[in-house]
Write a protein of this length. Structure first.
Lengths: 689, 199
């Protein structure tokens, strides 16, 4: 039943995607609105049908219908419901189904929001999105079909990979990741749509691309942070980032999307970087597909790699197709993607954005190179190598720090040209913060140059971004006589893109401070303790109370009860565990963490005596780790502000209410659109603008 | 459209695609098993089925070293493994064909409990050779089992001749067995024997 429903829904959905492409292209060529409307209907039908298939799969998982191939692979009667739901995206076929589903929902949302827009851009974007949907549709009815009859029907299944059923974040991280990853298809679709329709001169495509990139970027940022958190809570080594190919796969498109979110402003305001922006949008999408390929083809070894199959060849073909079509289109249209504006002065916000993009491009190139280098080495020299954290850290740390510094300089500089007086008044407070933190760090005995500089630059950027809220609010309070909270809210509401961006800056700075502090000031100790025995790490006494074992429904758990004492007072208890799953030879470590604003106390049970006579504990004290997760929330909040849809009266230019220093767009041909995108109506997802 | 520039664009894409295509021909996890050529780790494991697949009256145990001089096929499987379902009919039939000859089939249950294993065998239409219990996966660890199914071929000299990863096919199974059968029963060259112990 589930098999029949799922398989047929996926087949018809593939047909709908193909029909949508044909109808949209035909409709545009013949200028026949009816065909375009029919194409949109097919897009909606695609979403409904894939949703049906997902519902069938969820039903099969929850009712333990082991006649369904995927359920027989990842299901198990003993698995708790949360992880049964999470196993929908835990293995290859399910993850492709989930991908296709998210894509179909995005496509439906994009088309619905812009269904009334005239011209060829939206129909071509719809055709592009459905082109991607056709690829995933082919995977779903062919090599990665999650449905398929298993006969005879097994009584039970192995359950998900033990690592994937050990922490609730497994229910959060992958959906966020797919929302981010797949969301990057939307700006790509508008980019291709713009090139196919020739609607490159008006800024519509870039406005749409920007809007949807912010949405996807917010999800992707949150997903990366959630992934770090998962790794920290589950893998038991006390770290959160290892430059594993899969981590890089999520990070590379994030880098190019972040670059785009900055450079897009140069196009909207100054008519610059048109070709570059097109390349960034396309690269971001290609990198998401490349990342999917890397993790699902088994081409690189990684802790997260999915099982191998013929699916890699399909992805390879798809990447080749996307790269060829995009590059041929871009190169063919490059004459029409010339900049219409130019740089006015060396010291201006424009030049900071240029530098920012240069750094992001170099950063991306470094990560791509490091990730693919094992392949390059094997192709050219025939040797197997692996590229580890030292390479990535050494190469990217300086660039990352420069970017943090620029995140402070950018908001402080005006567009076009900065006068000496402006520079002084804007940069003085952050510069003071920089010097103070620098001196303070050195006085407190911090000697690692990178740590000292990171804290100093973070302080600089924090003050520079914070000041934007402060001075804007004060200006409103004076000119409108508003109370501070109202002035702040209206300030942000009046220019969501801008202030959402500053909030995101503050979030990223928080993350960076957490990373710098937790890696630089980490203390750790390991000891084998008898019950009652204790160990002191940086003023915290860790006392082992008891080692116990417990049979649970789906696993056997060994735990150690530990009491934490500070100044002789008990401050809490922790229970690091090892979980033994029947399908896994090795136990799955489950560290126990006490998170505080100043530091995390992280305890991992390394080994234990079977009679409970002793346990080996590894204790890490990591300062400011929780700031990373907090920063992730702030980033998401910022992205939320910037992308929140608002229904606003047209023609209420927000710039008027922005602080006096707010830059005015130039009255050049693109000036009109620059105002539109900077004002609130551009965040309207309903398509009313 | 500017076709000259388009060609340049395509030329940029090709090396990247070629590199990825090259990568597809490699398997990063294919770090060759050091086992083939070495003496097969010995084991004594209790059988939990009789040759007909029914529960035996008493637990028989199987000693690998006692089969020296014959060809032994050791298949590692689990009841929760889907690929094992695919290969089982082949193993059952070929195992039946060689029953009573100088070729022995053994099935080692991997990270599973005996009850599920027994149920699986009867569901799958029986198993023509002993199913062995491997408590604590000690034998699997000795053989460096990475996942199931894996099949090891032990030659007459007691060395692992070949390791097959993933579901095995009839063609491979018969070819390997016949190749090993043709080898001389105990003709281990002295140099080779010395090398074997030294390694």
């Amino acid at each position: 039943m589930n098999n029949a429903l799922g398989t047929s829904a996926l087949r018809v959905a593939l047909g709908m995607a193909l029909a949508a492409i044909g109808l949209a292209v035909w409709g545009v060529r013949r200028r026949d609105e009816d065909f375009v409307r029919a194409a949109y209907a097919a897009v909606y039908a695609n979403a409904v049908l894939i949703s049906l298939a997902v519902a069938a799969m969820l039903t099969a998982l929850l009712t333990h219908d082991f006649s369904v191939k995927y359920v027989a692979q990842v299901g198990s009667r003993a698995t708790p419901t949360l992880y049964t739901i999470a196993s929908l995206w835990g293995a290859l076929e399910g993850s492709i189904l989930f991908w296709g589903w998210v894509l179909s929902l995005y496509a439906a949302a994009v088309i619905y929001a812009n269904r009334k827009r005239a011209g060829a851009l939206v129909p071509y974007a719809a055709a592009t999105l459905m082109g991607i949907a056709v690829f995933f549709g082919i995977l779903l009815v062919g090599p990665a079909s999650p449905f398929g009859l298993v006969s005879p029907i097994p009584a039970d299944g192995p359950g998900p990979n033990p690592l994937l059923q050990n922490h609730p974040l497994m229910a959060v991280h992958p959906p966020l990741l797919y929302l981010g990853y797949v969301g990057m298809s939307v700006p790509f679709a508008f980019a291709i749509g713009a090139m196919l329709s020739g609607e490159l001169e008006d800024d519509a495509w870039i406005t749409f691309s920007r809007r949807w990139t912010i949405v996807a970027w917010g999800f992707l940022s949150a997903a990366i942070i959630a992934g770090m958190w998962w790794s920290y809570e589950v893998l038991g080594w006390g770290g959160y980032w290892a430059w594993d190919p899969v981590e890089n796969a999520s990070f590379m498109p994030w880098l190019t999307a972040t670059a785009f979110l900055h450079s897009v402003m140069l196009q909207q305001r100054r008519g610059m970087l048109k070709l570059w922006n097109m390349c960034l949008v396309v690269s971001t999408f290609v990198l998401t597909i490349l990342g999917t390929f890397l993790t699902r083809s088994g081409i690189l070894s990684s802790v997260h790699a999915f099982t191998q199959g013929p699916i890699g060849y399909y992805f390879l073909g798809f990447i080749a197709l996307v790269l060829l079509i995009s590059l041929v289109l871009i190169a063919g249209q490059s004459g029409r993607l010339r900049a219409s504006g130019s740089l006015d002065a060396a010291v201006s916000r424009e030049s900071v954005f240029l530098l920012n993009n240069l750094l992001f491009a170099a950063f991306t190139f470094t990560v791509v190179l490091g990730t693919l280098f094992p392949l390059v080495a094997e192709a050219l020299r025939g040797v197997k190598v692996s590229v580890g954290a030292p390479f990535f850290n050494r190469m990217t740390l300086p660039m990352g720090m420069a970017l943090i510094f620029l995140a402070g300089v950018g908001p402080a500089l005006p567009w076009k040209r900065a006068t000496r007086a402006e520079l002084r008044s804007q940069l003085m407070p952050p510069a003071i913060a920089l010097v103070v933190v620098l001196a303070l760090s050195l006085a407190l005995g911090v000697r690692e140059p990178y740590a000292v500089l990171t804290f100093a630059f973070a302080a600089f950027a924090l003050v520079a971004n914070g000041r934007e809220f402060w001075s804007g609010t004060r200006a409103r309070m004076r000119s409108h006589g508003e109370a501070a909270p109202i002035a702040l809210a209206r300030l942000i509401g009046g220019n969501r893109h801008r202030y959402g961006g500053y909030v995101a800056h503050i979030g990223i700075i928080t993350v960076v401070m957490g990373i710098a502090a937790s890696t630089t000031f980490k203390s750790e100790n390991e000891a084998t303790l008898k019950p009652g025995g204790s160990l002191v790490v940086r003023g915290i006494t860790v006392r082992l109370d008891r080692v116990w074992g417990q049979e649970q429904q789906q696993r056997f758990v060994v735990g150690a009860d530990v009491t934490l004492l500070e100044h002789g007072r008990a401050i809490g208890t922790l229970t690091p565990r090892q979980n033994f799953y029947p399908t896994s030879e090795q136990p799955v470590p489950t560290p126990s963490v006490r998170s505080r604003a100043d530091a995390d106390i992280y305890i991992n049970l390394m080994a234990f005596d079977e009679r409970g006579a002793s346990a080996t504990l590894r204790i890490l004290i990591e300062p400011l780790v929780s700031w990373i997760w907090l920063g992730g929330l702030i980033v998401m909040f910022g992205a939320g502000i910037a992308s929140w849809p608002t229904r606003r009266r047209a023609g209420a230019p927000a710039d008027v209410r922005a602080p006096a220093r707010a830059p005015r767009p130039s009255p050049a041909p693109h000036g009109a659109s620059a105002t539109a995108t900077h004002a609130a109506p551009s965040t309207d997802l309903s398509g009313a603008d | 459209m500017d076709w000259r520039r388009s060609t340049i664009g395509a030329a940029i894409a090709l090396p990247v695609i070629a590199l990825l295509a090259f990568g597809m021909t490699r398997d990063p996890r294919d770090i060759p098993s050091p086992l083939p050529g070495r003496m097969a780790p010995d084991f004594v494991l209790a059988s939990f089925t009789s040759p007909t697949g029914s529960t035996p009256a008493r637990a028989d145990s199987v000693h690998l070293a006692a089969m020296r001089g014959d060809v032994v096929v050791v298949n590692v499987w689990a009841s929760w493994c889907l690929a094992c379902r695919d290969e089982h009919p082949v193993l059952r039939e070929i195992g039946r064909r060689y029953a009573g000859t100088d070729v022995h089939f053994l099935g080692v249950l991997y990270n599973d409990n005996v009850e599920s294993g027994r149920r699986w065998i009867s569901e799958m239409g029986g198993q023509s050779y002993p199913a062995l219990e491997d408590p604590g996966a000690r034998t699997a660890i000795d053989y460096g089992v990475y996942g199931v199914p894996e099949t090891f071929f032990v030659g007459r000299d007691g060395r692992v001749a070949y390791k097959h990863t993933g579901p095995i096919t009839e063609g491979v199974l018969i070819a390997k067995i016949e190749e090993l059968r043709k080898a001389h029963p105990v003709a281990v060259a002295p140099a080779d024997a010395a090398g074997g112990t030294a390694r």
